[in-house]
Design a binder for this molecule. Structure first.
Ligand SMILES: [Zn+2]
Length: 209
């Protein structure tokens, strides 16, 4: 999981479109009261509260030493220490503490796993802690819940969230999900049908909010 921001400029143009969409999402994505029965992509929450920029897209990219390497996620720059919210209600599958992801979380929501890397805070005895946040494996987390703060842990050259996503075990581009969320909101309904056919269905997990 390579997550540095050393190629910030290289991909900036390609990310502008998604950036414009998600900036709106960041402010509009808190689930409204009574929305728990809505289906489809409208329920998702953009994970970065203080969005600054997309700094690296999903796919292949040039690494810090010029080698082409895969990048299994979307890098979202944000101010150091700013809040990260849970994209979709689920369960903490694992707490990460390694040299690449740094401090991180894997959360499972149905067929989806969403991965959050480079967090600030600390991990001890399998528990991630940052401010009021305390998360450990098996713990339920609500949609939109504060799950951590932006940091530079692991292999990172600046404060950002590396946001990864797997569907049934296969890596997918989180930007595809963001676009589906935007389309669902624009159409004003549950709107799974309005989503491009290549997008798998939204997680079918009960919302605990
Ligand atoms: Zn990354």
């Amino acid at each position: 999981m390579r997550s540095g921001c050393s190629d910030l400029q290289r991909h900036a143009g390609r990310l502008l479109v998604v950036g414009a969409l998600a900036t709106g999402l960041a402010w509009a994505a808190l689930p409204a009261a009574g929305s728990r029965r809505e289906s489809g992509w409208r329920q998702g929450v953009f994970p970065v509260v203080s969005f600054v920029a997309y700094t690296s897209h999903f796919g292949t990219r040039s690494g810090p030493w010029g080698r082409v390497e895969p990048h299994y996620g979307l890098d979202i720059a944000a101010p150091m220490g700013s809040p990260i919210r849970n994209w979709w209600g689920g369960t903490v599958q694992s707490v990460i503490n390694d040299s690449t992801c740094g401090l991180g979380l894997v959360i499972r929501s149905g067929d989806y796993e969403h991965i959050y890397c480079h967090l600030s805070g600390r991990v001890s005895a399998g528990t991630y802690r940052s401010g009021p946040v305390q998360l450990r494996q098996g713990q339920p987390v609500r949609t939109g819940e504060l799950i951590g703060h932006i940091g530079v842990s692991g292999r990172s050259t600046g404060p950002h969230l590396h946001w990864g996503m797997r569907h049934r075990g296969a890596w997918m581009d989180p930007a595809v999900v963001l676009r589906a969320m935007v389309r669902a909101r624009q159409s004003g309904g549950g709107a799974v049908r309005s989503v491009a056919p290549s997008v798998p269905p939204a997680p079918s997990v009960a919302q605990s909010r």
